[in-house]
Design a protein around this ligand. Structure first.
Ligand SMILES: [Zn+2]
Length: 398
């Protein structure tokens, strides 16, 4: 929802939306940790000077207006990068400790004009699944490959298959406008292209589209309505290591500058949520569904038995709704179907006697391909059903 008292472009998430966002964040923690990223936390506010040093103050047009605290001028952070550079500067680094990959699901604030705000897609407060990888130049190819593997694994978890990469490279006729050496650029661009090829991702190259500080890969996803969204960015940066004097001690005892990879896979978590809502048409996979199971007693006589089932599901951390209103079972089923709840447990006299539940699976494409969509899976012991559900959640099955 939006509230005029909070202001346009600042979304408020209701319980179900907040739950999905938290699950996406937890998934980001889980999978990124597996890929060798380390999570940090940084505040939402910093001195304006930090952004002057990074040159965002001079060049980035969506800075929020400054605020004053005592004698100093501060600003809301529009990017997490300079904060992560401060974390890097906290101690000296040896080549043995690199690459260092600092991650944060960081909320940033941007001055989008009121005419440009659009639902969850264009907001003034958004959370990036951001990360900054500090990489010795000779390890760039390997690390770009790692970033793309991570991207592909995340996409496949959501069944997102319709995507392609766009590589932005330098304009060879105007090299003077870029920072760094030509050879460094050529090597980096070659590494980007080879990584995309190796991952068998469809791609195109935009010659001359790179910003002055480094080439990048953007990944575009097409949603179910055929619209394209820019989601993932893997951006090389040869500039900020200079601005912030980032160094590491190499094998030969010399201080060298690492390259930086800015890597955000979901991009904005809120926008990714909006894409997922379209992609799944509201029928989220079990692990992401705000309500996973609905328990539907056929008549009042089964309410007590149904209550026990609800309690046992909740004890197993399965998100459960209890349909105990005095309505016909047909009406209850229709309501649960409309809400796209993955499983319905229907309990009547027969089930109560046999101490079972009648299981009905939601009608959705993934289930239809299993031959289970909208079907009664028959009577099951509750233990067996719980086992099935927990396994499906753990595997993040589609
Ligand atoms: Zn960054």
């Amino acid at each position: 929802m939006f509230s005029p008292s909070v202001g346009p472009g600042f979304p408020l998430l209701l319980p179900k939306g907040a739950l999905i966002r938290r699950l996406l964040e937890e998934f980001a923690y889980e999978i990124k940790t597996k890929y060798g990223l380390t999570f940090v936390w940084t505040p939402h506010v910093a001195k304006s000077d930090l952004y002057k040093q990074s040159k965002h103050w001079q060049k980035y047009d969506a800075m929020m207006p400054p605020l004053k605290i005592e004698e100093d001028e501060y600003t809301l952070k529009p990017m997490n990068c300079p904060h992560h550079f401060q974390v890097y500067l906290n101690k000296p680094w040896s080549y043995r400790e690199l690459p260092l990959r600092l991650a944060e699901n960081g909320t940033v604030y941007r001055f989008e004009k009121s005419g440009e705000i659009n639902g969850l897609l264009r907001v003034r407060a958004l959370t990036q699944d951001d990360s900054h990888w500090f990489v010795p130049h000779e390890m760039l190819a390997e690390e770009i490959h790692r970033a793309l593997s991570l991207t592909k694994e995340i996409y496949s978890t959501f069944g997102l298959k319709n995507f392609y990469a766009r590589i932005s490279s330098h304009d060879p006729k105007n090299f003077e406008k870029y920072l760094g050496q030509k050879k460094t650029w050529e090597n980096a661009e070659k590494a980007l292209e080879e990584a995309v090829k190796k991952q068998k991702i469809q791609y195109s190259i935009g010659i001359g589209e790179a910003v002055f500080y480094g080439p990048k890969i953007d990944i575009m996803i097409r949603d179910s309505l055929g619209r394209e969204w820019q989601v993932t960015t893997i951006q090389l940066d040869f500039n900020q290591p200079e601005n912030f004097n980032l160094l590491y001690r190499d094998k030969d005892g010399q201080d060298k500058r690492p390259a930086i990879l800015h890597v955000a896979i979901f991009g904005s978590i809120e926008r990714f949520m909006a894409i997922l809502i379209e992609h799944f048409a509201g029928a989220f996979p079990l692990w992401l569904s705000p309500v996973q199971v609905a328990v539907l007693p056929i008549s009042d006589k089964q309410v007590k038995y149904a209550q026990k089932i609800v309690a046992e599901l909740q004890e197993n951390n399965i998100r459960t709704d209890f349909y105990n209103k005095p309505e016909s079972i047909g009406k209850k089923i229709r309501e649960a179907e409309l809400r796209k709840i993955p499983y319905m447990l229907i309990v009547g006299e027969k089930e109560q006697k046999a101490k079972t539940v009648a299981v009905r699976a939601r009608n959705q494409p993934a289930r239809r391909s299993l031959g289970e969509g909208g079907k009664d899976l028959g009577a099951m012991k509750l233990d067996k059903f719980i086992g099935r559900v927990l396994k499906e959640i753990k595997n993040k099955s589609l």
